[in-house]
Design a binder for this molecule. Structure first.
Ligand code: AKG
Length: 254
């Protein structure tokens, strides 16, 4: 990739807090990944976060409620399969992350995201406005997640919404609810949310987004499963705080 293209991607990433790289993965690569996801879903292989575990609006309250055992995240993607490990450490991804981390080498976290997000028809809940960093503990709040679409992502199946530039905002603690989602009853939050932009993706597109970027997503209203492969990275100088859930498993150099 030309240095100037890499620089302009980095500039846009730093300005907006996200960037979409179209067709980073080929159709053949996506087909292989989708075949793997099918084997992980049937028969279902754990560990899995179920809809009932999310506590999100519209999710079944208990695992034994109708739809409660619908898989929402196939956890620990990195340790599930060599193909997923290869994706976490893919050179096309690593090169961009290094550039977004101002030349410092990335490490993939095994503690955060590190999953295949699945959004099933019928029993998918929506995700309210939040920043991923809210439950993560690192020396610096400067991590980047990659979101590889394994199929189309549109409004109808719960595509992500982002607020461009929101990773640079300092938000008063009173503007969050107890679970650290943005309170939607406050006019100042409503004005912020009005700036949201939908991130429509096709299979093979990759979204890179900063851990302070506000984002949300809707339900899957279609009759087709949506799935995406998601990893989070920090630079090798930015360590997880000892004793926190961010430090439970070591990060892996990419
Ligand atoms: O697909 C979704 O519902 C969004 C998931 C999300 O934002 C997250 O896991 O941080």
């Amino acid at each position: 990739m030309a240095a100037s293209l890499q620089q302009s991607e980095a500039e846009r990433f730093h300005r907006d807090g996200f960037i979409v790289v179209r067709q980073l993965a080929s159709a053949a690569e996506i087909e292989t990944l989708r075949a793997l996801v099918s084997t992980l879903l049937d028969p279902l292989q754990g560990p899995v976060e179920f809809e009932a575990d999310t506590g999100y609006p519209g999710a079944p309250k208990r695992r034994l409620d109708e739809g409660g055992l619908t898989p929402r995240r196939l956890l620990h993607a990195y340790s599930r399969d060599a193909l997923l490990r290869a994706w976490a450490r893919d050179a096309r991804v690593a090169r961009r992350l290094t550039s977004f981390f101002d030349g410092v080498a990335p490490r993939v976290s095994q503690c955060h995201h590190n999953c295949i997000m699945t959004k099933h028809p019928k029993f998918s809940s929506l995700t309210s406005w939040h920043q991923d960093i809210r439950y993560w503990a690192f020396q610096r709040p400067d991590l980047i997640s990659t979101w590889l679409a394994l199929g189309p992502e549109r409004k109808a199946n719960g595509a992500l919404l982002v607020i461009p530039g929101s990773h640079r905002l300092e938000i008063d603690a009173l503007r969050y609810d107890e679970a650290l989602f943005l309170r939607t009853d406050l006019p100042e939050n409503q004005a912020l949310i009005a700036q949201a932009q939908m991130v429509e993706l096709d299979a093979g597109d990759m979204l890179f987004f900063h851990c302070r970027l506000f984002h949300a997503a809707g339900r899957n209203e279609t009759d087709t499963l949506k799935c995406s492969l998601v990893f989070s990275y920090h630079d090798e100088h930015n360590r997880a705080n000892p004793g926190t859930r961010s430090a439970v498993y070591p990060s892996i150099p990419v």
